[in-house]
Design a protein around this ligand. Structure first.
Ligand code: NAD
Ligand code: ZN
Length: 379
């Protein structure tokens, strides 16, 4: 079968790989119909996730047709069109029982933190992902969800990650009616977080990025204010001016580790006062939020990144909440939101690209070319 193949930092290509096989009675083999590239894949692509092995196939946001099932699979049958949450979850462990499906113990027993994730290095279990014609789906009685009749597969594929992650970002913020919410990062996740903030009663939603076309897109899609951080010096001063010098009620980090790259860039001609290896957006979020406020982190960091200015957190009395999204927990209400037209996930998809062109697709998404917001690969 054809599959994306990681060759090292900034090098991915399409290759022939062996067909995946059923390895456990609860496995299913799925023939992929849609498979997105995510900002999380860019951490892998950039080589910043430990133990990302050459030869791995990425891809944790996919839909597909069930092609084959193991002897213990009862929840889906051959021929079903399913969406598959990015978390690989056993459904039985102490964390899954609490609906912490992103922290499943069984799917990644070596790790102390994250559960298994499709196509996300050996730190997340070493599973191959869905940027391929076929993929092995473990615990097929837990994750795969039949796409409801009438739902557009382009909507369904974004229910595997972007929608639940954006929604959980807003949820973890504990937004109260009338709150001012500031979202860092106008990628698909940040835009969805901005959109979902309204569902929790936000009174004002501001998104911050540096990529103009993304800010324009966010303004229209999420009906929020959008600002380019290159146009003002310190976001904390800017946000305080906007909020009677109090700060935002809730700040959301939808950037993650790559913001460290900004350390080498300049803002309004000045070098940022941040050491390489720190996280600009996270620091900004902590500085922009008011005393007693909440910082909600969905941007992804490496397992041992050590970036929180804890003195600021302590002295401001902040609450920090962070996690991988628990997709299965959120799916029922999010499916309803899509069916009722409250959310329009497919509106984020700007590019449909044949799987064969995976290498160009990564470059476009990574370098923010051609006004790309969300690319979906079609095998
Ligand atoms: P993306 O790369 O498309 O978007 C990130 C955006 O952040 C870009 O537009 C970039 O210009 C902007 N940015 C960079 N530095 C910034 C800064 N200092 N301030 C403000 N904006 C800045 O990625 P995405 O797909 O939207 O994903 C966003 C983050 O969410 C990634 O870290 C990804 O790994 C993470 N993620 C987490 C989960 C989860 O479950 N927690 C799920 C999916 C994605
Ligand atoms: Zn993703």
């Amino acid at each position: 079968m054809l599959a994306m193949n990681y060759r090292g930092p900034l090098r991915v290509r399409i290759d022939q790989k062996p067909m995946p096989e059923i390895l456990h009675p609860q496995d299913a083999i799925v023939r992929v119909t849609r498979s997105c590239i995510c900002g999380s894949d860019l951490h892998l692509y950039n080589g910043s996730v430990p133990d990302t092995r050459v030869g791995m196939t990425f891809g944790h946001e996919f839909t597909g047709i069930v092609e084959e099932i193991g002897s213990e699979v009862t929840k889906v049958k051959v021929g079903d069109h399913v969406l598959v949450p990015f978390n690989i979850a056993c459904g039985q462990c102490v964390f899954c029982k609490q609906e912490m499906y992103g922290n499943c113990h069984e799917s990644n027993p070596q790790a102390t933190a994250v559960g298994g994730i499709f196509g996300y290095s050996h730190t997340a279990g070493g599973y191959n992902g869905g940027q391929a014609e076929y993929v092995r789906v473990p615990y097929a009685n837990v994750g795969p969800t039949i796409i409801p009749e009438g739902m557009d597969p382009d909507d369904a594929v974004l229910l595997t990650d972007v929608v639940p992650t954006g929604y959980q970002a807003a949820e973890m913020g504990g937004i109260q009616p009338g709150d001012t919410v500031v979202v860092f990062g106008a990628g698909p996740v940040g835009i969805m977080a901005a959109k979902c903030s309204w569902l929790f009663g936000a009174g004002r939603v501001i998104i911050i990025d540096e990529v103009e076309y993304r800010l324009e897109f966010a303004k229209n899609y999420a009906q929020c204010e959008a600002y380019n951080f290159r146009e003002f010096g310190d976001p904390a001063v800017f946000i305080k001016k906007q909020t009677d010098w109090l700060g935002a009620d809730v700040c959301i980090d939808a950037v993650g580790a790559e913001a460290a790259g900004n350390a080498l860039q300049t803002i309004t001609g000045r070098k940022l006062l941040i050491q390489a290896g720190s996280a600009t957006a996270l620091h900004w979020a902590i500085n922009c939020v008011k005393k007693g406020g909440v910082v909600s982190i969905v941007g992804v960091y490496g397992p041992t990144d050590n970036l929180v200015p804890i003195g600021n957190v302590l002295n401001k009395g902040l609450t920090i909440r962070a996690n991988q999204a628990s997709v299965k927990r959120l799916l029922p209400r999010l499916i309803e939101h899509v069916q009722n037209g409250v959310l329009n996930p497919k509106g984020l998809i700007t590019h449909r690209i044949p799987l064969e062109e995976v290498s160009d697709a990564y470059r476009m998404f990574s370098e923010k070319l051609d006004n790309c917001i969300k690319p979906v690969l079609i095998p």
